[in-house]
Design a protein around this ligand. Sequence first.
Ligand code: ADP
Ligand code: ZN
Length: 522
Amino acid sequence: MSDDTPSSILHRVFGYEHFRGHQATVIQHILTGGDALVLMPTGGGKSICYQIPSLLRKGVGVVVSPLIALMQDQVDALLQLGIRAAFLNSTQDSAQTRAIVQQLRQNTLDLLYVAPERLNNPRFLDFLETLPLALFAIDEAHCVSQWGHDFRPDYARLSILHERFPSIPRIALTATADMPTRREIISRLGLENAHVFVTGFDRPNIRYHIIQKQSPARKQLLTFLNTEHRGDAGIVYCLSRKKVEETAEFLTVNGRTALPYHAGLSHDIRQHHQNRFLREEGIIIVATIAFGMGIDKPNVRFVAHLDLPKSLEAYYQETGRAGRDGLPANAWLAYGLEDVILLRKLLNSSEADEQHKRLEQQKLEALLGYCETTNCRRQVLLAYFGDELAEPCGNCDACLEPAATYDGLQIAQKALSCIYRTGQRFGVNYLIEVLQGKSIERILQNGHHHLTTYGIGADLNTDQWRSVFRQLVAGGFAGVDIEGHGGLFLTEKARPLLRGEISIRLRKDTPRAPTDKKLTRT
Ligand code: ADP
Ligand code: ZN
């Protein structure tokens, strides 16, 4: 195959016209002997990035894959294309294994898929050293992450590849692209010199919007569904089972077919609801995060969150279930002060070790940053994954209806000094009542009507103050007491603000998302 090029193989062997995203660059990089970390969403076309170099380079390409069940399928598909592929895993008997070893010795394989534990077997490594090797591909590389769901101890030991085979290029691939996971992959696999390629995370047909939660937020949800999604299928995510049940019932009473889905329901009921969602038109599933994995319904027109997702990755995955057919779809999130307080409290009370806590903290800041941003949401979201979007997208709330901001220094100072003067132990509702100068018993008992901050915020209504406090807590100027009362205290970050050494712009919240710019379907 000496005259072959990546393009000719793409056409002749795979039957595709063009490379997608960074495929061509990644392949070129591997061909010249470089290491790579490739981040692409599922279905983005990662496999070709190591398959084509394996065909072009001398020797066999060794692919580490954690999913034994998928190896067979992948190998079958490659054989169909005329590629000489095989796998080695624990499901085979010794005759099968011997046959493959024989093929390897004769140098008649292009690709060999192996389970990670195989590469921690010294005898197998010795054997590999006797063979010409094209490359190592480490698929599902996020399995090295101790904090992830898919942690595989055998993955963590794969740095051995670099030590034993320093001249063989390695390519790690994953769809999990957040920075902490990425850093962990790089350090655990010894990929410090690898080139990082990120593409394909944008879902341009999904319109992102976030509205300020009013209680109960399900009324806002209903308004949104009635104006934009009459008769459409979609998913509504809530944090608790109880809220799932209540919301499903509320939507049903209001004329929609809404079915609950959570881990407290029997397997049969869950299956039944899922099947109806897949087969019938216009079904709404109200679910905890237990719903959605492996669900492939192309015409989900909206994904709504009544509570904050766990992280930006979770948000990206959950909203990503909308609009798989490429037609316009909405990702709608109701977000409010209580969410911020809850998450800050959870983080503070976390019993994880320091390193893990720092990671949780980073993830939370990223999520809150996304919710509070006045810049293009898609740019913020993609930047989190390291996938750049050069221009504002024009298809998110921030682009369609830019949020007004105002100089918030004085107001922030009032809020923060009220926290300070009342002793850094009261919750937001109380603080707002002091600021507004309410003469309620609790305030009088505490003598807080004598404070200089008493009544200095009477010009703002409660919603406006809640918006200010939310932004201050989200921005990390105030922390939340973990003892359960939700008392606010000042953080280091509050000082320069109180002293007026920095400025702060606050967002003017509007209770409703832009509804005049409906999705247009062409
Ligand atoms: P991933 O591993 O990233 O989930 P795959 O490598 O399985 O994705 O590719 C997803 C699908 O896209 C496969 O059907 C694959 O054949 C197809 N595909 C990959 N690259 C191209 C391309 N350049 N042109 C057309 N189809 C492609
Ligand atoms: Zn935008």
